[in-house]
Ligand binder design. Structure first.
Ligand code: GDD
Ligand code: MN
Length: 374
């Protein structure tokens, strides 16, 4: 790498092959020949964005590629890109040309002056604009911004912005505390910093996407809530345990409904009904967890079958532990009173924690990632 690289621009990509060359060209025109580099962080895009970047990098030493396998996620991509940089200033921007790159020199100048930690490209301060967003998306963005006030102390007008530049010292400061879940990396950084950050917002107009399509779908909302939850209670509870336990609760309803239908409705024996209901509830839980709790490491294809097998196996052991502990406590506690409820609750808790811990490692392989480090 060029030893005089002052600025690294981290660009997360997923299916952006038509945009990367144009972006590099724009950066070159704006920032000149030296002093900067761009790191594309690609999550193995099916459209082969990575090979397009590699091709450009052959001709241009300022272009680098971080090719991630088996993982998805905008925030975690940004974190790894920033950590791969050794430059004193690091920017994050989208690949799709919706962020106005002409803001970069001003951002850099603001940081060089030395009084700031972060400069944010903002769509909400005077003369900034959302461009041609639909009413629904504007509203969603407003709601998310309002919610963020729950955990965000700073008066940031556009905490949802995916366009910003910071001093590298700040990355080193917060890297270990970032959630890395979902889309909202800037918010994550602000909340993770244990001090008020010195920041400035520069207005710009959010452009229209020319090529490719947005990856922000309805699931983004649930990831956003997960990230906020992580910031609120992540210190005390592993954050994915919350949706996991919630889905487990839903599984109980599925179980009861199936059992009721088979046992009472169709007159099956209790044991046959109970076995079928258990299997169906586990399967239901597996798919829901795969969709929500572990959305960023979702299993597909054959991985689904493997995952389902390990999940049902782990949960079967969990069920045995649950019943065993509950029964033991039930006999060990005085007769009458509320002890049967306490015994059952203890069994359920142990079973749930077991199920969570084992499936996190064996089904979703989620230990040691930023999002589950705690
Ligand atoms: N590596 C990686 N992995 N990159 C991703 C992923 C992913 O899972 N998902 C999206 N990206 C990349 C896209 O290729 C694009 O370069 C950038 O992240 C932003 O994704 P878009 O899909 O274009 O997002 P958007 O335009 O709808 O949302 C923008 O506005 C939001 C404000 O509400 C982004 O700037 C968001 O960061 C911002 O929060
Ligand atoms: Mn976009």
């Amino acid at each position: 790498m060029n030893p005089h690289t002052e600025l690294t621009i981290v660009v997360p990509t997923f299916n952006e092959r038509a945009n990367v060359a144009k972006l590099v060209e724009k950066l070159q025109g704006l920032l000149g020949d030296a002093g900067w580099e761009v790191i594309f962080v690609d999550d193995d895009s099916p459209d082969a964005t990575a090979s397009v970047v590699r091709e450009i990098a052959l001709r241009d030493a300022r272009v680098r590629l971080l090719h991630r396998l088996g993982r998805r996620g905008l925030a975690s991509a940004c974190i790894e890109g920033m950590l791969a940089s050794t430059a004193p200033y690091v920017a994050v921007m989208d690949a799709d040309l919706q962020h106005d790159e002409r803001l970069l020199p001003d951002m850099l100048q603001e940081l060089r002056d030395g009084h700031l930690d972060v400069v944010v490209g903002s769509r909400h301060v005077a003369s900034g604009s959302l461009g041609d967003w639909s009413g629904k998306r504007r509203l969603a963005s407003r709601v998310a911004t309002t919610l963020s006030a729950l955990v965000l102390k700073a008066d940031l007008k556009d905490p949802m912005s995916g366009f910003f530049m910071l001093r590298r010292g700040l990355i080193d400061e917060v890297a270990r505390d970032l959630s890395g879940i979902g889309f909202k990396i800037l918010l994550d950084i602000f909340i993770s910093a244990r001090r008020p950050l010195r920041f400035k917002e520069l207005p710009y107009r959010f452009g229209t996407r020319v090529a490719g399509s947005s990856k922000l779908d309805s699931m983004v909302a649930s990831e956003y809530i997960l990230m906020l939850l992580d910031k609120l209670v992540g210190r005390y509870v592993p954050i994915r345990f919350i949706p996991f336990a919630f889905i487990g609760g839903l599984g109980v309803f599925v179980h009861m409904a199936v059992l009721f239908a088979l046992f009472r409705g169709f007159g099956l024996s209790f044991i046959a009904g109970q076995t079928t209901a258990t299997l169906l509830a586990m399967t239901f839980n597996f798919f829901l967890n795969n969709l929500f709790t572990y959305r960023d490491r979702r299993l597909r294809g054959w991985g689904l079958l493997r995952g389902w097998l390990s999940f049902t196996l782990a949960c079967s052991v969990g069920a045995v532990a649950n019943v065993g502990i509950a029964t033991y406590l039930f006999h060990a506690t005085p007769e009458g009173g509320p002890w049967w409820v306490v015994s059952a609750a203890a069994g359920i808790l142990v079973g749930a924690v077991w199920n969570y811990a084992v499936t996190a490692v064996y089904t979703w392989n989620a230990k040691g990632t930023a999002a589950s480090a705690r």
